[in-house]
Write a protein that binds this ligand. Structure first.
Ligand code: CO
Length: 161
């Protein structure tokens, strides 16, 4: 397992639609393991494949020990509701944080590393992190949704995605 270099903005791959995964093999597992190591190394709560230079619909989210690591392959949002506004950061924008408004609840369909489909419901910060990562797979960056950038004294304890 390895720690990969994070692609930082600006980079073409961060603003492109990613391709669906069709082969669920050892190579995919290795990529997911590398993404996990990279996310942990950089203290993130999520990471999308284009952030390590891979244009595929693969993302991971890990907001705390209780939820564990969620692997989302070919994710698709089925349903959203409510609204939340909160601070967000991104490993591809080191040191940049801003307030983003997103749905409070999300229902997602995705596949696991073996290709098995599953449905996941999430709310609050987990829903925020999942939506941030799914945006990455469509080339959408959080900066396009920021309503207010945060100043340095507002940043304590925030992590990137
Ligand atoms: Co991000």
């Amino acid at each position: 397992m390895a720690v990969k270099k994070i692609v930082t903005y600006p980079a073409e791959i961060l603003e492109q639609q990613c391709e669906p995964v069709t082969v669920f093999d050892k190579k995919l597992s290795k990529l997911l393991n590398n993404m996990y190591n990279t996310m942990i190394e950089y203290d993130g709560v999520g990471l999308a494949a284009p952030q390590i230079g891979v244009k595929k619909q693969i993302a991971i989210v890990d907001i705390d020990d209780e939820t564990g690591t969620i692997e989302l392959i070919n994710p698709e949002i089925l349903e959203t509701s409510g609204e939340q506004t909160g601070p967000e950061g991104c490993l591809s924008f080191p040191g940049l944080y801003g307030e983003v408004t997103r749905p409070y609840f999300v229902k997602v369909k995705a596949q696991d590393r073996k290709g098995k489909p599953f449905i996941l419901e999430a709310e609050d910060f987990l829903a925020r992190a999942i939506q941030h990562e799914i945006d990455h797979l469509q080339g959408v960056l959080f900066t396009s949704k920021v309503t207010r950038y945060l100043e340095e004294d507002e940043l304590e304890g925030l992590e990137g995605e």
